[in-house]
Unconditional design. Structure first.
Length: 98
């Protein structure tokens, strides 16, 4: 796990990556039902698809309303999560105990 933590910290330093941990203390949140990934293809400036996984399989959603809904969920998760600095500090402190 020490190597994995070190790798996460390296990736968090990249200009195009942001690492945030959503702690259990955040409680119930809007993404508890299923995981999702926001996708942006090179020819677009904005996110233009959502890949949603659930107990019945997975689906790509591209409708504007679906994209808006998942962008709102993503923004809520970002607000509930630790800041990038707090996240790095947590990973560093957890790594020291390994």
């Amino acid at each position: 796990m020490k190597a994995q933590s070190a790798h996460l910290l390296e990736m968090a330093e990249l200009s195009y990556a942001t690492m945030q941990i959503l702690p259990f203390s955040a409680g119930a949140h809007p993404a508890m039902i299923s995981s999702f990934k926001m996708l942006r293809f090179p020819e677009e400036l904005k996110m233009n698809a959502v890949y949603v996984e659930n107990e019945r399989g997975a689906v790509f959603q591209e409708r504007r309303g679906d994209l808006q809904r998942f962008m709102e969920i993503f923004e809520q998760l970002t607000e509930l999560a630790l800041s990038p600095i707090e996240t790095k500090e947590l990973v560093v402190s957890l790594t020291k105990n390994l």
